[in-house]
Design a protein around this ligand. Sequence first.
Ligand code: KG4
Ligand code: ZN
Length: 347
Amino acid sequence: MVEPLVLGIETSCDETGIGIVRGYTLLADAVASSVDEHARFGGVVPEVASRAHLEAMVPTMHRALSDAGVALSDVDAIAVTAGPGLAGALLVGVAAAKGYALAADKPVYGVNHLAAHVAVDTLEHGPLPEPAVALLVSGGHSSLLLVDDLSRDVVPLGSTIDDAAGEAFDKVARLLGLPFPGGPPIDRAAREGDPDAIAFPRGLTAAKDLAAHRFDFSFSGLKTAVARWVEARQRAGEPVPVGDVAAAFQEAVCDVLTAKALDACRARGVDTLVIGGGVAANSRLRALATERAGRYGITVRVPRPKLCTDNGAMVAALGARLVAAGVAPSRLDLPADSAMPLTTVNV
Ligand code: KG4
Ligand code: ZN
């Protein structure tokens, strides 16, 4: 079969993304971000994000089609993030997908944002060996999943019981006076610091926690420990060593994420770990995962940083897997579901 040409639309948070793929090949990845409009609030403001999606949708669509050198009439299907995410932001993408699908007479697939974060790796590394374990680490989610087949529903192995990994980066960055979103500036600051300078806690790794939470994560204790440490310094009138705090915090997060992900691979007899979501762009996470996996003969697949953060190509990549597997399209009245379960790949 000729690989399907699929256009993907992503609007679940603050990036308006339109991607175009042919099977496993990326043809266009147009992204317009409203992140600068949210920076002064220290987090994404839903109404601001929705309005920015409305404004960016048509120009981003034109840019993607022109980058790929295709017309809307050429595509085999339109995929769109149906959830999870911000309700108003999702609505803009879903409404746009329906409008384009109706106008161009194309099938539409409403897909799960989190499964798309996993599927995007196929654009860089080709078909995903199955089964694989996926470590999904974004601003809103941190989960371990068993993926048997990208076009079918996934099996959750564990997830965060409090903050998401990206949320922890964003909150710690704020404590350190670094800009939003906090992942990239912490990643940079950490390069100047010593990861062993401060011993921060590793959530849910003590023997007593493993029985009930072997594959779950917790980052709120770590965030509190960083806050206490920084406050103590400030109270003592001493300067805060931003590089050391960033490096020690980042090390604690990456240590737990990689240890639990590799434990899941070994427990399930799986030899491929795929990492996705914005935090997968973190340089230390990528290096530590690869280094530790090598000891067990496990292969780590992480897409390049630009494909880790939100974009439309990931939605198109998942859409292409669904079309190729012969999965039926969604109904044209498909809903935007802000709380779409992790286990549902498409609606
Ligand atoms: O997947 P994503 O773009 O959006 C969501 O679906 O949430 O993830 C955004 C998150 C933010 O919390 C951001 O701080 C984090 O990914 N992030 C990083 C890095 N780049 C982005 N975290 C750590 N290191 C990075 N280099
Ligand atoms: Zn995301």
